[in-house]
Design a protein around this ligand. Structure first.
Ligand code: SAH
Length: 398
């Protein structure tokens, strides 16, 4: 029997609508001795069972794993969930000879709150965002091996940076599984026919930002003959696509020397002899001073999340405005700006308003050509709109 969490009167309503979070204020009392990461049965005030979740210290106190109280959270449960996640990616056509990078698990979007798994040519990079998922990591790795079969080369656990720091889990990044012939010195994956080296051990997040795949492909469509500036370029994803699209020149700017080295390596993997690309280690805000965007036909702005929490939201919105204004002000007539926000705390409307403010300050005629989001392997449960985080606009500047 799992410890039971009983909700206050009427606080079951969001769960009945399949929203997977229970906020701490909705809970009548926590069972004695409950530990962070424990599985719990959730009950309405009148004792009606609502399902099974796990407990985490914080304002989101319970994340639901199942709305069927009869379902046991065991090996079969994880295997079934992972199988369903894989079936979706298969149906999306993301496992192809020319595409071996995709997100297999996107948290609540795959009914596995607190868990992210990215796959890079058979290497699964697993991120736990909660103590429960951290505790389950070995079971999850076993279930992954069952579901992916021979195609699984390794499972790398990368959670030091994503677990709540107060939890004190002592989590260490490292392999949970490696098949005997696995060689981790040079892992590459293919995305839409382009090759990328994946540095999951040292790189940011899972090592590669799969979420921009469709947006990079859009840039490729427009890049022919253009001068492209990729600000906050990281592994050079946008840059490689622009080069393939026939860009005349591409400049990748990132403040991290390591990122620039990776971007250059990725350009070299795909276009060994090109002289159309230059990597520039610089602060993007500083780079934009002095009207540098006048020299480009397409500018990509994909900064890291400015607002990691709601309390810094206003400051983040000002940051987006400042950045977009600095880019837009000097762009030549007829140029395109691809601008993004990956802050979950910033809504689509708020981001658009921040960019509107930037445009208005320049007084230029700016039109929205595309409104972009995260790709289909980052699905959003309709009951959990918080799962939508990536927002983008393609702007035409006159
Ligand atoms: N566009 C990338 C992802 C960007 S991640 C892609 O498609 O994969 C954000 C990047 O911004 C990181 O590589 C980080 O090193 C870089 N960065 C953070 N602050 C910066 C700054 N002030 N100037 C330039 N780059 C910065």
């Amino acid at each position: 029997m799992l410890p039971a969490i009983v909700l206050k009167h009427k606080k079951e309503e969001s769960l009945l609508r399949l929203h997977p979070w229970v906020f701490s204020g909705a809970i009548k009392a926590l069972p004695h001795g409950l530990q962070e990461g424990d599985l719990v049965a959730v009950l309405a005030n009148d004792g009606t069972p609502l399902g099974t979740g796990y407990y985490q210290i914080g304002s989101i106190a319970v994340r639901m794993l199942s709305f069927n109280e009869a379902e046991t959270i065991d090996h079969d449960f994880w295997r079934t969930r992972l199988k369903a996640a894989l079936a979706l990616r298969e149906s999306l056509g993301l496992q192809r000879v020319d595409n071996s990078a995709f997100r297999l698990v996107h948290g609540e979007g795959d009914r596995l709150p607190g868990l992210v798994i990215d796959c890079f040519d058979g290497v699964a990079v697993m991120q736990a965002h909660t103590v429960a998922m951290h505790r389950m990591r070995h079971e999850l790795a076993e279930a992954l091996a069952d579901v992916l079969g021979d195609s699984l080369k390794a499972v790398f656990y990368k959670s030091e940076g994503t677990l709540p720091y107060k939890a004190n889990t002592g989590a260490k990044d490292g392999y949970l599984y490696q098949c005997p012939e696995f060689d981790d010195t040079n892992v590459t994956a293919t995305e839409n026919g382009l090759r990328f080296r994946i540095d999951y051990a040292e790189g940011q997040k899972t090592g590669f930002f799969i979420d921009q795949r469709d947006n990079r492909a859009l840039l490729r469509r427009y890049a022919n003959g253009k001068r492209v500036l990729n600000l906050f370029g990281y592994t050079g994803g946008f840059s490689v696509y622009a080069l393939q699209g026939g860009a005349r020149l591409v400049h990748t700017v990132d403040s991290s020397a390591r990122a620039i080295a990776l971007a250059e390596e990725n350009v070299g993997l795909n276009f060994p002899d090109t002289d159309r690309h230059e990597g520039i280690e610089a602060d993007a805000f500083r780079f934009l001073q002095g009207g540098r965007t006048a020299e480009y036909d397409i500018v990509v702005l994909d900064p890291p999340a400015f607002a990691k929490h709601r309390d810094v939201l206003r400051q983040a919105l000002r940051g987006y405005t400042r950045l977009n204004e600095a880019a837009l002000r000097h762009m030549p007539a007829g140029s395109l700006l691809f601008t993004f926000s990956c802050s979950q705390a910033v809504s689509r409307e708020q981001f658009r308003l921040a960019v509107f403010t930037a445009a208005a300050r320049t007084g230029r005629h700016v039109r929205i050509l595309h409104q972009l989001t995260q790709p289909a392997d980052h699905p959003v449960s309709i009951y959990h709109p918080e799962g939508e985080y990536l927002k983008g606009l393609v702007l035409h500047v006159e």
